[in-house]
Design a protein around this ligand. Structure first.
Ligand code: NAD
Length: 484
């Protein structure tokens, strides 16, 4: 049974940077898949805009190629690509020049939802906001979608927020963190707040610790110079991992709504304790196989930027006092694996003999590969021979449990763009959340910069630096294995 989709209201979606990499790989194929799923209304229009000098036919040809390359498996009939191309228009526009904005404005309709996606580098965000407002391309009903990175530190994030808020109200600003659009991330909320089973146990009394892992096999080759200015802390922890941590740690919101959820996330960020350098491990991958080292990729032999980071994080509130959150993320690791593991405490007393029988349960929320949820439980080993216990997974891999519904499940970008059109900000970051996250990150970065801290080299295709193992060993715990 395929998932039911309700078409959204008619809209004009302008993609500034419509010929860029993100538009080509994610936004345009995503919109096409939503059309195939029956979610695009008759009156939907997508208007590409960028510096590239091309006309509507040129943009349609560009999008046709993008769909061939990136649309993947869809529910589409033969005429679908042509129907999608019919929805497209294009305007050549330099953000800094007035002429293009005037032409763009003429192309837009007054009576439909209007959204503008800033799919360009962040240095242009402020100028685009001003131009949209000065030329009245947008009004108080329009929405803007802003890509990452949202600032480089607290100061730049505040400046960017100020620039956007000078032209738009907070309820019009959709700051994308595509992790929030992932099915499993939303399922984390469904599991926590849709079942009576977990929530009573979701606290320091019953949870020993939480592990959040975002492991990648890829290197930074090709974007090393850019990455070297950011590093794992800014590129992954401040945004994606922070969001995962917030959804795991937050109090139940009073309802599933934008401000209720974001208020609770904000409280978590504000409750994060400063992290001492002794609770941070940074690493840089060495050369391995036929892949060069991090410093070669960054083209900076003296680089002290981390391609791996592990931290012990404490949420200083009543619910989590004494339960650490261990987080780690890195490039060039053994496997691509992202998960949240909630490790429950061992049973307080064993009625069975032997060591094996006092394992705590683990709830694993897997983002990749094979999105799904697993609960590890202890059962009796089958067969004669007395009471021997073993651990088995209660496994809910979505692809197996939900069949067809998963085959055509929207990816994160598709879902989030449709949320913009629906006017639902629940899965977007609010300005104060982003600033609070930077306010926590900045002193940690400053501390290692002041201490001239150097990242530890780690073997490519391993599980990160040795010291990251010690981070847990010294607490009598260990990381879950990184494996595909
Ligand atoms: P890109 O360089 O491939 O594309 C940039 C687009 O902006 C092009 O269409 C270009 O013509 C247009 N552009 C640049 N300067 C312009 C100007 N002055 N006036 C008008 N148009 C101009 O970049 P991208 O990879 O598509 O990234 C866009 C944004 O998305 C960035 O903020 C990036 O950090 C973010 N992002 C990208 C990805 C990805 O997978 N590519 C993933 C996550 C976030």
């Amino acid at each position: 049974m395929a998932a039911t989709t309700i078409p959204v209201d008619p809209f004009d979606l302008v993609i500034i940077g419509g010929t860029g990499d993100l538009a080509r790989r994610k936004i345009l194929p995503g919109l096409f898949r939503r059309m195939c799923a029956g979610q695009m209304p008759e009156g939907a229009r997508v208007i590409g805009a960028s510096r590239s000098d091309m006309d509507r036919a040129g943009f349609q040809a560009f999008v046709r190629t993008a769909l061939e390359e990136f649309a993947g498996e869809t529910q589409c009939d033969d005429g679908a690509v042509d129907r999608f191309l019919d929805m497209l228009d294009y305007e050549t526009l330099d953000v800094f020049a007035d002429a293009g904005w005037k032409r763009l404005k003429k192309k837009l309709r007054a009576d439909v939802i209007r959204a503008v996606y800033f799919s360009v580098g962040p240095s242009l965000f402020g100028e685009i906001a001003r131009k949209l407002s000065d030329h009245k391309v947008t009004d108080e009903h329009s929405r803007i979608v802003v890509e990452k990175p949202f600032g480089h530190d607290l100061e730049t994030a505040q400046a960017l927020n100020a620039e956007l808020r000078a032209c738009f109200d907070e309820h019009q600003i959709y700051r994308i963190d595509h992790y929030l659009g992932k099915e499993t991330v939303q399922n984390l909320m469904a599991v926590r707040f849709g079942n009576a089973l977990f929530e009573p146990l979701w606290n320091a009394q019953h949870v020993d610790h939480v592990q959040i892992t975002v492991g990648e096999t890829v290197s930074v080759d090709g974007r090393g110079a850019y990455y070297d200015k950011s590093g794992a802390m800014r590129d992954m922890v401040q945004n994606h991992i922070m969001q995962l941590l917030c959804l795991t740690a937050m109090e139940p919101p009073s309802k599933y709504g934008a401000d209720a959820v974001r208020d609770e996330k904000l409280k978590v960020i504000r409750a994060l304790e400063p992290v001492p350098l002794t609770d941070v491990v940074r690493g840089q991958y060495s050369a391995g196989g036929d892949v060069d080292s991090y410093v070669a990729h960054s083209q900076n032999p003296k680089s002290t930027t981390e391609s791996y980071i592990a931290m012990k994080v404490k949420v200083a509130n009543w619910r989590w006092a004494g339960t650490p959150f261990y987080i780690r993320t890195g490039k060039r690791l053994r496997a691509r694996m992202s998960e949240i593991a909630v490790v429950f405490k061992d049973p307080p007393h064993s009625i069975f003999e032997g060591e094996f029988n006092r394992k705590g349960n683990v709830l694993i929320i897997r983002l990749q590969p094979d999105e799904g949820i697993t609960l590890r439980v202890t059962i009796k080993e089958p067969g004669p021979g007395g009471m021997r216990l073993t651990e088995v997974p209660l496994d809910m891999t979505f692809a197996e449990a939900l069949g067809d519904q998963v085959a055509f499940m929207p990816d994160a970008y598709e879902r989030l763009i449709m949320d913009v059109i629906r006017g639902d900000q629940t899965l977007f970051m609010r300005g104060d959340e982003v600033e609070a996250a930077w306010a926590w990150v900045d002193p940690i970065v400053k501390a290692w910069s002041d201490a001239r801290d150097k990242p530890e080299p780690y073997d490519a295709s391993g599980s990160g630096p040795e010291d990251s193992l010690m981070l847990l060993h010294r607490d009598g715990r260990r990381w879950r294995e990184i494996k595909a």
